[in-house]
Design a protein around this ligand. Structure first.
Ligand code: UDP
Ligand code: MG
Length: 327
């Protein structure tokens, strides 16, 4: 029998998990021609999330849990789940039911009957989201698609069902700065998109503040495009040309009409302006340098504190007796 692994990253989801588990049970009961494995990844939450996962694992042998040593972020939690999954097909799903589990059956049928490697989902609207957040999100997608070669779909959710070969490709991308939407696009493979209307979170709150999202979008741009570096070089060249023309103009004017009153206020403005542009471009450079610096450290993407998964393929030896694993 074929097996589907469902990877669910959870961060302070004690309120949503019971709803999620109930729903996923309904769905898996219907799909009785497939075996299931549900991998909950506790991304360093200090509420009851882990205890709830353990309770489910005690009741249900299909449930696996991985508890990370701190909050590593959703992207790292996903990586931990994917790396420890054993299914032929792997689904990635949020715990708050914003990714409707009932779509899973349709996704699975598409995957086995049609020539696709991945069935992904995108939401067609952003109902229930603050308008300012939607506006910036749209701008971000427009921008990143212009400056990056990787196709990053507007409204794409991380919710998807993939064949193992695609997951293996994703696991090969061991970068520390993980922008999943870009990584999914970068690895390629045939992807079918299913659209659905946005669903609001069943319980609890989103952990994405505006600032967190802003930082995440900068990370996405830096990770999947080097165009900002090119743009800053262009700005430099344009300023060089303008200043050259201005110098020629001033020399000629001085020779012809002498040296009129020096306009130092305008000079100060120009110095500020050019100084600002220089700092902006240095900042862009700094972003890439910072990311490169972090990557060279080669730190683990996640650290497991506790788990009920012991035999994880060739990683069996990395688990120590006390059940602590460092990837
Ligand atoms: N999540 C996580 N680590 C984090 C933040 C979020 O594992 O640092 C999980 C969270 O528990 C949820 C999913 O990622 O299952 C999506 O998070 P959220 O619903 O807060 O984001 P939104 O749906 O608002 O984009
Ligand atoms: Mg959500």
């Amino acid at each position: 029998m074929e097996k589907i692994s469902i990877v669910v990253p959870c961060y302070y989801e004690e309120k949503s998990l019971p709803f999620f588990y109930e729903k996923i049970n309904e769905v898996t009961k219907k799909m009785n021609n497939v075996e299931f494995e549900i991998i909950f990844v506790n991304d360093g939450s200090n509420d009851n999330t882990l205890n709830i996962m353990k309770d489910y694992a005690n009741l249900d042998t299909r449930v696996k849990y991985i508890s990370l040593s701190r909050n590593f972020g959703k992207e790292s939690a996903l990586y931990a789940g994917l790396e420890n999954s054993t299914g032929d097909y792997i689904a990635v799903m949020d715990a708050d039911l914003q990714d409707p589990p009932e779509l899973l059956e349709q996704m699975y049928n598409s995957l086995i009957n049609e020539d696709y490697d991945c069935i992904a989902t995108r939401r067609v609207d952003r109902k229930g989201e603050p308008p300012i957040r939607s506006f910036f999100a749209r701008c971000f997608y427009k921008l990143i698609n212009k400056i990056s070669n990787t196709d990053i779909v507007d409204g794409a959710r991380d919710f998807r069902l993939m064949k193992r070969k695609m997951v293996e490709a994703i696991l090969q991308m061991k970068e520390y700065n993980r922008f999943s939407k870009g990584i999914f696009g970068w690895v390629g493979f045939n992807t079918k998109w299913i659209a659905y209307e946005n669903i609001e979170r069943v319980a609890g709150e989103t952990k994405w503040s505006f600032w967190k999202l802003f930082k995440y979008s900068i990370e996405g741009i830096v990770a999947f495009s080097t165009s900002p570096l090119l743009i800053s070089s262009f700005i430099g060249i344009i300023f060089f040309i303008i200043s050259f023309i201005m110098i020629c103009f001033i020399i000629v004017r001085t020779l012809i009409v002498g040296d009129p009153v020096a306009g130092w206020p305008s000079l100060v403005c120009i110095i500020f302006f050019v100084g600002g542009i220089q700092l902006f471009c240095t900042g862009i450079l700094g972003q890439y340098l910072a990311k490169a610096y972090i990557e060279t450290k080669n730190r683990p993407i996640y650290i497991i504190k506790e788990s009920n998964i012991f035999k994880s393929k060739d990683r069996i030896n990395t688990y120590e007796k006390d059940n602590t694993n460092i990837k």
